[in-house]
Design a binder for this molecule. Structure first.
Ligand SMILES: O=c1ccn([C@@H]2O[C@H](COP(=O)(O)O)[C@@H](O)[C@H]2O)c(=O)[nH]1
Length: 272
């Protein structure tokens, strides 16, 4: 999917919500555990109930890898279901990959070719030659961790190197990489106050913003400091939406939570 197509969907749906599909078998409704593929059944129901309220889904691969082959198969079924039934949806593999060049190429093939995701999250720690293999894929997006939502972000990301914070070095340096137009960045909603500085370096790039909901980040604060002319934001919520109920009404309950966020987003867009 191109960035233009993503922007078009945001305008049509009046939403820039990315729903996280972080499936934990101990949290899903117990009646699904009797089905052949509980993870996929859960995802399918959530997707069918919420697709009109969001523009993206973000499965975090950890929640699939934890269940071995069954988990990976459920991830494959989920991405295939999305691509076949809702091709207008932007898909994010939250895998936080990155390695020496030839290995990164294989990671990129796994997520962009085999699983056909639109984007993958990548850690920038190993530098240019670890990220550029992902950027080489046309109409695919590499979402680099810039300033993450967790407390540990202050261990390295905000430290000064040559008089500048590491996360700013990541933003500035990554702009010089080949095919940098395919870059997006992760910035945590819990760090909204940093967005003014971040926008000075990357005024137009899309940001994937996790941390609204369960982690306490504020949608309004993120939009105040981070929104661009083309919105430029994908706001993620996972647990706050998908675990709204453990009953048979779980998908409808998730849709209610997603709708609340979507309506807040529509109000922000209308006021723009
Ligand atoms: O800085 C980051 C980067 C990634 N995440 C991931 O996003 C979701 C957030 O889930 P919630 O349940 O809405 O808290 C999850 O997959 C994280 O691994 C992040 O939170 N922060």
């Amino acid at each position: 999917m191109t960035t233009e197509q993503l922007i078009e969907q945001i305008k049509i749906k009046k939403s820039f919500l990315a729903i996280g599909l972080d499936v934990d078998l101990s949290k899903i409704p117990p009646h699904l555990l009797d089905t052949e593929d509980p993870i996929f059944e859960f995802n399918k129901a959530i997707i069918d109930a919420t697709h009109h309220l969001c523009v993206a889904y973000k499965p975090n691969t950890a929640f699939y890898e934890a269940y071995g082959l069954k988990g990976w198969k459920a991830l494959e079924k989920t991405i295939n279901y999305l691509n076949e039934n809702y091709p207008e949806i932007f898909t994010i593999a939250d895998a936080k990959r990155g390695d020496i060049g030839n290995t990164s190429t294989m990671y990129a093939k796994a997520f962009f070719e085999d699983l056909a995701f639109d984007s993958v999250t990548v850690a920038p720690y190993m530098g240019k030659d670890s990220v550029e293999p992902f950027l080489a894929f046309k109409d695919k997006h590499t979402i680099v961790l810039a300033l993450t939502s967790n407390q540990g972000a202050f261990d390295f990301q905000t430290k000064l190197v040559d008089g500048k914070e590491v996360y700013k070095q990541v933003l500035e340096t990554s702009k010089t990489w080949e095919n940098s137009e395919n870059l997006m960045y992760v910035v945590g909603a819990t760090k909204a106050e940093y967005l003014t500085d971040i926008r000075k370096i990357i005024p137009e790039s899309f940001l994937l913003v996790p941390g609204v909901g369960a982690q306490g980040g504020s949608l309004q604060e993120v939009c105040k400091y981070g929104m661009t002319q083309n919105v430029g934001l994908l706001i993620n919520s996972s647990r706050g939406i998908i675990y709204a109920s453990q009953g048979k009404d779980f998908a409808e309950a998730a849709a209610v939570k997603a709708k609340t966020l979507q309506q807040d987003m529509a109000s922000i867009l209308n006021a723009q």
